[in-house]
Design a protein around this ligand. Structure first.
Ligand SMILES: Nc1ncnc2c1ncn2[C@@H]1O[C@H](COP(=O)(O)OP(=O)(O)OP(=O)(O)O)[C@@H](O)[C@H]1O
Ligand SMILES: [Mg+2]
Length: 282
């Protein structure tokens, strides 16, 4: 399998603070690749760099062998890379179906900001219902997003990321804040949507990583600490030390993939998630 995502010497500084140092990441085409690490390790920043929401300070990002460094998010999206966000980004008053229609419309090149008439959106209706069915939201299609339970909001976000039928799906903490039942449902869902695609997911819950990921990259303070299959990574003393150092968690947190509550960190709903683009690009 070739690499669908490849970064070389990727670096991101925020006013002198180096959030990503010299990251060389290779994600195999068709794989599920987990990105883990303590809070503040740079996982979301890396997603922002891969998806064009941030411009690297140095280094290179390639998608499918093509240099996309510095391309705007819409251009990268058009190359088949979709992402979800760590925090919820829905419009509370719009129904699930309307969200799906808008996401489908965005794929036509008009973008989210173009508000089109109901009649124009209607041509996306059948596909919108299909998308909602794919993530198990058929029966709440007409419910305003603001009234959906948390797990369903996250499922809706996944549907929106799927609207463009991306080759690569970047999921930032898809199970954050979920109870065990929603976590299980999300794992099934991710497994299903991963067929025929590449999925990169940021995930704190190690049982989720264990059940989904082909490979795991552990980031710590902006650097790749370890990379490999989950079974190797979980036993790596550097990984255990990194987590112990930062979180005071027992070894079992990494060693027992069957523990339901093996969260390796609080998801911090910081402002960094939507990552401002700091350089204007054509
Ligand atoms: N826009 C920004 N401006 C300044 N510093 C930032 C910005 N975005 C992120 N950072 C800093 O970069 C570091 C990495 O943040 P990032 O959000 O990528 O971490 P993370 O691994 O996603 O953490 P978490 O698990 O908490 O989501 C943190 O120290 C954060 O404060
Ligand atoms: Mg994050």
């Amino acid at each position: 399998m070739g690499a669908i995502i490849s970064t070389q010497g990727l670096r991101k500084e925020f006013r002198g603070f180096v959030a990503i140092h010299e990251v060389h990441l290779q994600v195999s085409d068709g794989s599920v690749h987990a990105l883990v690490g303590p809070n503040g390790a740079g996982k979301t920043t890396l997603f922002n760099l891969l998806s064009g929401f941030l411009v690297p300070s140095a280094g290179r990002v390639e998608i499918g062998g093509r240099d996309v460094t510095g391309l705007a998010p819409e251009r990268i999206a058009r190359l088949g890379v979709a992402r979800s966000f760590q925090i919820t980004t829905l419009f509370p008053a719009l129904s699930a179906r309307e969200h799906a229609e808008l996401a489908l419309q965005a794929g036509t090149g008009l973008g989210w900001r173009f508000w089109r008439s109901d009649r124009q959106l209607r041509r996306f209706r059948d596909r919108a219902y299909e998308l909602l069915a794919e993530v198990g939201l058929s029966e709440v299609a007409e419910v305003p997003a603001g009234a959906l339970a948390y797990g369903r909001k996250r499922a809706l976000e996944l549907a929106l990321a799927l609207a463009l039928d991306p080759r690569v799906l970047l999921l930032d903490e898809p199970t954050a804040g979920m109870g065990a039942e929603d976590v299980d449902r999300t794992v099934d869902l991710v497994r299903r949507v991963a067929r025929g695609r590449t999925v990169v997911l940021v995930e704190h819950n190690m049982s989720v990583v264990a059940s989904l990921a082909d490979r795991v990259t552990v980031l710590q303070q902006g650097r790749v600490l370890v990379e490999g299959p989950y079974q190797e990574v979980r036993q790596d003393p550097r990984v255990i030390t990194a987590y112990l150092g930062e979180h005071d968690l027992g070894e079992s947190e990494l060693g027992e993939p069957d523990l339901g509550e093996s969260d390796l960190g609080e998801s911090d709903l910081g402002e960094s998630d939507l990552g401002e683009r700091d350089v204007a690009h054509s």
